[in-house]
Design a binder for this molecule. Structure first.
Ligand code: GLY
Length: 284
């Protein structure tokens, strides 16, 4: 049975220089390989995307978990979404503070709560109710000379497991200096991500205010349902984003056969994937 995984480190006008970009690509390589290893061991697509995104959340140059952009008050408010393409179960959190791995909290929303989505104080209360690990904001903030010019955004992963199940995970610190309480596309089902075993799994990155207008991840999966390849569907959704909103972003997609699509209309988007043939490709 075919397994496959793709990850991204955020689409944007990356200005970190060659070393910074190579670090981001290397982070994607490590995340894709970790997820692929789990898939080869027979673990689920959900396990693989969570593990891959945990690695990207720990990467200080990427805008999720540690390394998240601070908001206008200097706090870190993070958003995350995970979705099971088999059951269509969802777990999401928004404006969560002081957790290192928001995607794992989103998964616990899916597994340990009768609800799909918690925000702000409610998300914090849920985290504490399940004894989810908390951290200080200082552990999340990474302000270096290099980072000040970066406009990379959001991390994500999509995977197909040996049972034919698809999953998506997307995690972000949102936009730099955002107004407190602002929530972007990432935790919104259909916008920041979508997974359906009948079609595909897609994770989105970019300017959330535009991405959510075209529900870009569900739109991509719908294009696959209409007969487009994972690559053509991703390209068509990015074209729709640009034509209807003028927005910028990027997408990674895996269809139910393990075919991968990577698309962006930004300057760069570090990514890595291992497709159904077991060969890794990475780039920007
Ligand atoms: N794409 C992440 C955000 O706009 O918050």
């Amino acid at each position: 049975m075919i397994v496959a995984i793709a990850v991204h480190g955020g689409a944007g006008a990356w200005r970190l220089g060659e070393d910074g970009m190579q670090t981001a690509v290397n982070d994607c390589h490590r995340a894709a390989q970790a997820g692929y290893q789990l898939l080869q061991e027979g673990k689920s697509a959900l396990d693989a995307v969570e593990a891959a995104v945990n690695i990207l959340e720990d990467a200080p140059l990427l805008d999720a978990g540690r390394g998240s952009f601070p908001n206008a008050d200097g706090d870190v408010e993070m958003d995350a979404l995970i979705m099971d393409g088999n059951s269509l179960d969802i777990g999401a959190i928004a404006a969560i503070q002081q957790v290192q791995h928001p995607i794992s909290l989103a998964r616990r929303v899916m597994s340990d709560s009768p609800h799909n989505f918690f925000v702000g104080d409610g998300a914090s209360a849920f985290a504490d109710s399940i004894n989810f690990p908390r951290c200080a904001v200082e552990e999340l903030l990474v302000e270096t000379e290099e980072m000040s010019g970066a406009i990379g955004d959001t991390v994500g992963a999509v995977a197909l497991d040996a049972d034919g199940n698809l999953a998506v995970a997307t995690s972000t610190g949102g936009t730099r200096d955002k107004q407190p309480g602002r929530v972007g596309d990432s935790p919104l089902v259909g916008s920041g991500g979508y997974a359906d075993n009948w079609t595909a799994a897609t994770s989105a990155t970019g300017y959330g205010e535009a991405l959510m207008k075209v529900v870009i991840s569900k739109t991509t999966c719908d294009f696959v349902a209409a007969g487009l390849s994972a690559q053509a569907a991703s390209d068509a959704a990015i074209q729709l984003l640009e034509e209807r909103t003028g927005g910028k972003g990027g997408l990674i997609t895996i269809d139910r056969h393990g075919n991968v699509g990577i698309s962006r209309n930004t300057q760069a988007m570090p990514y890595a994937f291992v497709d159904g043939d077991g060969v890794e490709k990475n780039g920007r």
